[in-house]
Design a protein around this ligand. Structure first.
Ligand code: UDX
Ligand code: UDX
Length: 464
């Protein structure tokens, strides 16, 4: 089977870039990305490529190449489903905020809505691809809905989790370590569906990097990959606290262990805590699945990764408060960065939100500069926590469009995101205009401690 037409439901951080690259590499396939959010679609269609709804280095060039040729963004969901042979589900699956599994399980409401809509509209056979990260055995639920509510056509379900990381998404998509496709290889239709998706990726990914597995393995591999990655960050962060009290240097420890090829050097960068839409959500999901199967030790083991991450964020905020003589009411703390990592405008679960919240509890004024995050987004993030009123959030958190203005007159600076530009600021000028003693809390260990201390700053990094 040769695929000529694809639809993707969900034009977010995953759906948008992934479909842009599939379209770029397969000029003969029509790729239509649909979303319920009409504004998002308007933004994806913006002629000014600097106004795309998500910031991702290199994305603008790929969109420029494919959009209007074989890549389309639309709100006509039914029409796109009807025309497509293959439909990717790429909608969000947030942690449930109500009912059974509240705060742990993935909310599959949107995925189910997609399945029902596909079933209603489809009058020809379709391949349905799970792109969203889903709990193991979700495919079974999707299959059930499709088979029981559909018009008697055949649906093949594939799991094709996305491993791109934000900020490096275009590279991750162009040269993926692996592409994972889970499907039912016990039937000929299942094999055909797997092969059809393999062919799409094979346009640019070497065949040996395209792995096929059964559906459940594929679903579980995605959760496992995120759990392992997050676990490395929590592991190194846990040891950063030990370093701070013993005088060992976590940077040196990370380097020393990272040179062991069995351990490897990646994901050993200490931080104020991991964020992003995936790590916490996927681990909570894994914990919930384990618990519901009665595997309490497995659940507790992975839950600790989250607890350590929460601790690392709280510890950072407490260190600021304690260092500033345990009184920060009315003091200004300048935040460099709000995004959960550099090179993205995504703020989901960013450590900055939680650190700001703790400092605002103590009535500090937070002045934030982030190169890509808007003031509206920062306020939304705080309001979502429900800790205080919207007007209080506006009173205590001030977004700045210039980094120097943010730091002018501040009692302390806190680095929350590792944006490269922070390294090249005029630190002498910043020091001159700050309150003294001038403190820097580097939550990412990105600044040059020696240079800053020579200028006169009191520098506090993580774990050294
Ligand atoms: C991320 C993860 O990558 C994914 O694996 C996880 O399961 C959910 O979060 P992401 O693309 O980053 O996905 O999510 P987001 O940027 O929120 O995009 C989802 C899009 O789907 C939104 O634009 C939303 O409007 C759209 N949507 C949601 C629909 O079009 N229909 C729906 O029913 C629900
Ligand atoms: C992650 C996975 O890497 C990706 O494969 C999956 O598809 C989605 O989830 P993402 O969340 O976009 O990607 O970014 P990632 O680079 O993994 O960083 C996640 C968080 O961990 C960030 O807050 C980052 O700053 C933090 N981190 C990462 C560290 O604190 N230290 C590290 O060494 C690495």
């Amino acid at each position: 089977m040769k695929i000529k037409s694809i639809c993707c439901i969900g034009a977010g951080y995953v759906g948008g870039p992934t479909m842009a690259v599939i379209a770029q590499k397969n000029p003969n396939i029509k790729v239509t990305v649909v979303d319920l959010n009409a504004q998002r679609i308007v933004d994806w269609n913006n002629k000014d490529l600097s106004k795309l709804p998500i910031y991702e280095p290199g994305l603008d060039d790929v969109v420029a190449e494919a959009r209007g040729r074989n890549l389309f963004f639309s709100t006509k969901v039914d029409e796109a489903i009807d025309q497509a042979q293959m439909i990717f589900i790429s909608v969000n699956t947030p942690t449930k905020t109500y009912g059974a599994g509240k705060g742990m399980a993935a909310d599959l409401k949107y995925v189910e809505l997609c399945a029902r809509q596909i079933a209603k509209v489809a009058t020809r056979d379709k391949i349905v691809v799970e792109k969203s990260t889903l709990p193991v055995k979700t495919a079974e639920a999707i299959q059930n809905i499709l088979d029981n509510t559909g018009n008697g056509v055949d649906f093949q379900i594939l799991s094709n989790p996305e491993f791109l990381a934000e900020g490096t998404a275009m590279r991750d998509l162009a040269v993926p370590d692996r592409v994972l496709i889970g499907g039912d290889s016990t039937t000929s239709k299942g094999q055909e569906a797997i092969q059809a998706l393999v062919e799409i990726y094979a346009s640019w990914v070497p065949k040996e990097n395209i792995l096929t597995t059964n559906v459940w393995s594929s679903e579980l591999s995605k959760l496992t990959a995120n759990a392992f990655l997050a676990q490395r960050v929590s592991s190194i962060n846990s040891l950063s606290e030990l370093c701070e009290v013993t005088g060992a240097n976590i940077q040196e420890v990370a380097k020393a262990i990272g040179m062991d090829s069995r351990i490897g050097s990646k994901f050993l960068q200490v931080s104020v805590g991991f964020g992003g839409s995936c790590f916490q959500k996927d681990i909570l999901n894994l914990v919930y699945i384990a618990k519901s199967l009665g595997l309490n030790e497995v659940a507790d083991y992975w839950h600790q990764v989250i607890l350590m991450n929460n601790h690392q964020r709280e510890r950072f905020a407490k260190k600021i408060i304690k260092t500033l003589y345990s009184t920060i009411s009315g003091k200004t703390i300048a935040f460099l960065g709000w995004a959960f990592k550099k090179d993205t405008n995504d703020t989901r679960e960013s450590a900055a939100i939680y650190v700001a919240d703790s400092l605002m509890d103590e009535q500090a004024i937070i002045k934030v500069y982030d190169p890509k995050v808007t003031s509206t987004q920062m306020q939304l993030d705080l309001n979502y926590l429900n800790t205080r009123s919207e007007s209080e959030n506006i009173k205590y958190l001030k977004t700045q469009i210039d980094p120097y203005t943010a730091m002018d007159g501040a009692h302390a600076i806190a680095v929350l995101t590792e944006w490269d530009e922070f390294k090249s600021y005029d630190w002498k000028r910043i020091y001159k205009n700050m309150q003294k003693p001038a403190f820097i809390f580097d939550g990412r260990n990105v600044l040059d401690r020696q240079i800053l201390e020579n200028i006169g700053f009191i520098y506090k990094g993580i774990g050294y």
